[in-house]
Design a binder for this molecule. Structure first.
Ligand code: 13P
Length: 257
């Protein structure tokens, strides 16, 4: 099966409900003619219902930025996969900001991933190294460890529901982007790693996204790389026009993904 590019926006802690509605209003006319790439927006939890309603006439994919790995119960402030399923099809897990600021462990991330799969939601597992880890020459070890721990216990069948985002921490929100060669090297490594552990028929369904200061100016070079199947975009996803422009750049790339 031929994959489509996945152009995903992670809004992080940005946009009120009113701003979310305004985004979808601006987005709608920009999607004519039709965009071929799959578009995904992950708003904040409080904006999910508004995004869901506003998206009824737009029809892109929606995702959440976080989840708690239980169906219900005494978990103050948390949101379950079942609750999210009413609004979204994708959920981010293991974003470096949550690993660092909220001290989320690999084991907890793996628990979330399994809870999502059990509920029929599609996890987007984020991995990435710090600048220090890269300088110390540990980048492949770090990514392999995050993949190993994040995907622990995942079956071949389940893997086909998973998306993986490589987001070098030093490139997130810094304006600094991995060069296309560096990004491709990491994506090829992740692809090889997956093929050693899973059946190729499942691996071929997994989209590998690049994230870290991906924007209109560098989208063509990055998305043209053989193992890059889309982007996880922070800053440039907040404006409908740059978000759609990146998707149109992806549409223009001749590549069998
Ligand atoms: P930026 O595109 O703002 O660097 O953010 C990337 C990111 O963290 C997406 O999850």
């Amino acid at each position: 099966m031929k994959k489509r590019f996945l152009i995903a926006g992670n809004w992080k802690m940005n946009k009120t409900v009113a701003e979310t509605r305004a985004f979808f209003k601006t987005l709608q006319p920009l999607l004519t003619p039709t965009v071929r790439s799959e578009l995904l927006i992950c708003p904040s939890l409080v904006s999910l219902a508004a995004a869901f309603e506003a998206n009824a006439s737009v029809g892109i994919s929606l995702g959440a930025q976080n989840v708690y790995p239980k169906d219900s119960g005494a978990f103050t402030g948390e949101v379950s996969p079942l609750m999210l399923k009413e609004f979204v099809s994708y959920v981010l897990v293991g974003h470096s900001e949550r690993r660092t600021l909220l001290h989320e462990s690999d084991a907890f991330i793996n628990e979330k991933l399994h809870a999502l799969l059990a509920t029929g939601l599609k996890p987007v597992l984020c991995v990435g190294e710090t600048l220090a880890e890269r300088k110390e020459g540990r980048v492949f070890d770090v990514i392999a460890c995050e993949l190993e721990a994040g995907l622990k216990g995942v079956t071949n069948e389940q893997l086909s529901q998973v998306t993986i985002a490589y987001e070098p921490i030093w490139a997130i929100g810094t304006g600094e982007t991995a060069t296309p060669e560096t990004a491709e090297e990491m994506h090829a490594f992740m692809h090889d790693w997956l093929t050693k552990r899973f059946e190729i028929s499942s691996v071929s369904k997994v989209r590998l996204l690049y994230g870290g200061s991906l924007k209109v100016d560098n989208a063509k070079q990055l998305l043209s790389q053989p193992h890059i199947d889309g982007g996880l975009i922070g800053g440039a996803s907040l404006k409908a026009d740059s978000f759609v422009e990146i998707a149109r750049i992806a549409d223009g790339i001749e590549k069998d993904i």
